[in-house]
Design a protein around this ligand. Structure first.
Ligand code: HEM
Length: 244
């Protein structure tokens, strides 16, 4: 999360949320003209994918050990997941490529199914009659704020965890706890360096492995036939499929 906030702040120095300039500010200014801009962007993109990967592993583990019985902890975790989806989705729209425009159109149209006020609600979210200038600038604000809020929520999640203490694989309640340092600290540091190794591989050698090219500028009058999704959005894709 710290990496996302750090790289995000640097990206926001150069990003332009006007529809005329957004795509160029990413693909031209950040990627080609700003020194190490490509590095900061690829860091931001790939860490976003890794966050989702680790989050799914974390949720899977929590389900396996029945951690959902700790209600406060579970609900703060769900809130993190939902806000993370909002953050990643709004970030994806910022690039203002063809996929960004149509992803924004499809996802925001979900709200049109709200009874009675659906269509007004969608136009209110768009700030117009289509996904356009006001939509992009508010998505930038949402992305910035939600991204920062994620850091705050993570701290809350940890504080709630500390109220009861961590569980253990045996599922027994015990006051005979082990200190975080040195055992867990060393273990976590070891895995953090393993993660940095994999992250470097993706950032330097396969930067678009999780994210198919977004190099087509958005064209509001041309719906794309070739549809490819970004790995972190597979959950969204399946939500769309089960959506009536
Ligand atoms: C958990 C936190 C965050 C996640 C998961 C996230 C995710 C993303 C994603 C997926 C993109 C699209 C990247 C691309 O294809 O280029 C993006 C773009 C962007 N993000 Fe974030 N972000 C987070 C936090 C932040 C924060 C805190 C800021 C600002 C302080 C920020 C600023 C930006 C900017 C300016 C862009 C547009 C430039 C670009 O596309 O490279 N992000 N973010």
């Amino acid at each position: 999360m710290a990496m996302q906030i750090g790289s995000g702040i640097f990206l926001s120095f150069f990003y332009n949320s006007d529809t005329e300039h957004a795509f160029n500010s990413v693909e031209n200014l950040i990627m080609r003209n700003v020194r190490f801009g490509w590095f900061v962007r690829y860091l931001h993109v790939n860490v976003a994918s890794f966050i989702f990967l680790f989050l799914y592993i974390h949720i899977g583990k929590a389900l396996y050990y029945r951690s959902f019985t700790r209600k406060k902890l579970w609900f703060s975790g769900i809130l993190i997941f939902v806000i993370l989806m909002l953050t990643a989705f709004s970030g994806y729209v910022l690039v203002w490529g063809q996929m960004s425009l149509w992803a924004a159109t499809v996802i925001t149209n979900f709200f049109s199914s709200v009874p009675f006020i659906g269509s007004q609600l969608v136009e209110w979210i768009w700030g117009g009659f289509t996904v356009s200038k006001p939509t992009l600038s508010r998505f930038f604000s949402i992305h910035f704020l939600a991204g920062l809020f994620m850091g705050f929520l993570t701290i809350i999640h940890l504080l709630v965890l500390h109220e009861e203490g961590s569980s253990n694989p045996l599922g027994i309640k015990s006051k005979d706890n082990v200190n975080f340092s040195p055992l867990f600290l060393n273990k976590d540091l070891f895995w953090f360096f393993v993660f940095l190794f994999f992250l470097s591989y993706f950032v330097f050698f396969r930067p678009n492995a999780f994210a198919p090219s977004k190099l087509w500028k958005s064209k509001p009058f041309c719906y794309t036939k070739k549809y490819s999704s970004w790995m972190i959005f597979f959950t969204f894709l399946y939500y769309i499929k089960i959506y009536p």
